[in-house]
Design a protein around this ligand. Structure first.
Ligand code: COS
Length: 383
């Protein structure tokens, strides 16, 4: 359901103020301590940010996709680790439940996800099944009424904190590909579910990732999410939406970096004048502006089409590919404009440069997006 324009603008202004006044001053501390301060998490709960994409009937803000990307453009103008805390509860951690869950499952979990009381996480990737997600080998064997899970999930965002995992596991060994995969809602902590040590990452400190190991982990029949064998398709639908969301994050960060670069170009003087007066600096600023504007437009247009019920898998892949590559170039130019200062931690630019590298990898690498886009083109051509 779409918000009226006044309410939407008020929400966007509130989030922009929250980012400016509460998040930006804490960016350095978050990276140094590798954690999001409790007071910031409490603020995000109060603002309803844990449930912006969860339907209103379950206690969320119920934003449609266009509203969500507009909100994310604002929320992403700071350390991406902050967005990551609420991102999975609204996105890949909760959307399989929104899409395929039974009414009882939705009522059980969505209100607690929307309030931030429960943190969710999406467990698809495995040590030997990354880009080739359909080759996953985590197995859920029928046992009485329920299932016994065995296998290892890798790079699980929010894994160390999550109280609810959407787990993709094979239920039919006779079907080696996508068809044999089912989705499960697995509450944690529970016997047989172990969390690995948080991984040391290149960037996005404050957002935590670890392995999740299932060792004879028993779940009841109520854990099955959607029909048996439908898990892979559910995962792909969740990722279509997630890719659009990540593209919006890239736009927000690019806009933030451009603002910082412009400010620096005005303040920093060399050869007797602000460096922004030099055409070589101007060219970098102009390229960053044009590219971030293009990404904003394509993300918003694709989100609007999704709200109208159109199939947008290939377009979402275009958005993710373009926006994640774009923010990499914008971050690189920002380092260049800041010069030596861009390489020094005090200015924060090198931190963003490392942070944005992840966007070309997770929720499908650039090469997977290319594959999704090209397959779609060829399918259309074949008719
Ligand atoms: N929506 C709905 N259904 C989809 C879909 C989508 N976006 N994409 C694929 N499917 C369906 C297909 O239609 C097919 O069903 P049918 O056999 O009934 O036609 C089934 O799912 C299998 O699809 P496909 O044959 O395309 O699977 P592949 O194994 O060839 O490849 C890719 C799928 C590579 C696109 C997929 O594995 C992928 O996205 N990999 C990257 C994974 C990823 O993003 N990981 C990040 C982890 S989360 S941070």
């Amino acid at each position: 359901m779409a918000l009226d324009p006044g309410t939407l603008n008020e929400l966007l202004a509130t989030v922009a103020r929250f980012v400016r006044e509460c998040c930006v001053p804490l960016e350095r501390r978050i990276a140094d301590e590798d954690r999001i301060p409790d007071e910031l998490v409490a603020d995000m709960r109060a603002l309803g940010l844990f449930g912006f994409a969860i339907p209103e009937v379950y206690g969320g803000l119920g934003l449609n996709m266009e509203e969500e990307v507009l909100l994310v453009f604002e929320l992403a103008k700071t350390s991406p680790a902050i967005r990551s805390v609420v991102g999975t509860n609204n996105g890949i951690g909760a959307q399989a439940l929104v899409l395929a869950g039974s009414e009882a499952q939705k009522q059980r979990y969505l209100p607690r996800l929307a309030s931030g009381e429960l943190i969710s996480s999406f467990a698809l990737t495995e040590p030997e099944a990354g880009s080739d997600a359909a080759s996953l080998t985590t197995f859920a064997a029928r046992s009485g009424d329920g299932f016994i899970l065995n296998g290892t999930k890798r790079f699980i965002t929010n894994g160390p904190q999550a109280g609810l995992f959407t787990v993709f596991a094979r239920t039919d060994k006779a079907k080696p590909g996508a068809d044999g995969i089912s989705a499960f809602l697995v509450e944690a902590p529970r016997p047989g579910l172990d969390r690995g040590k948080p991984d040391q990452k290149m960037g996005q400190r404050g957002a935590h990732v670890c392995d999740i190991v299932f060792d004879n982990c028993a779940v009841g029949s109520g854990a099955l999410l959607g029909a048996e064998g439908d898990g892979f398709k559910t995962a792909m639908k969740v990722l279509d939406r997630g890719r659009l969301h990540i593209a919006a994050v890239c736009v927000g960060i690019a806009e933030r970096l451009l603002t910082d670069a412009v400010r620096y170009a005005v303040e920093r003087r060399q050869f007797g004048r602000p460096i922004g007066e030099f055409q070589l600096i101007q060219a970098m600023l102009a390229d960053s502006r044009a590219e971030s504007l293009a990404a904003r437009a394509m993300v918003q247009a694709t989100a609007r089409r999704r709200d109208q019920g159109e199939a947008i898998a290939a377009e979402a892949a275009c958005c993710k590919m373009f926006a994640s590559e774009m923010v990499g170039r914008v971050a690189d130019r920002a380092v260049q404009i800041f010069g030596g200062a861009g390489y020094i931690a005090d200015h924060g630019i090198e931190r963003f440069y490392r942070d944005v590298r992840l966007f070309r990898l997770y929720e499908g690498t650039t090469q997977i997006q290319q594959l999704v886009i090209a397959r779609d083109l060829l399918k259309e051509a074949r008719g």
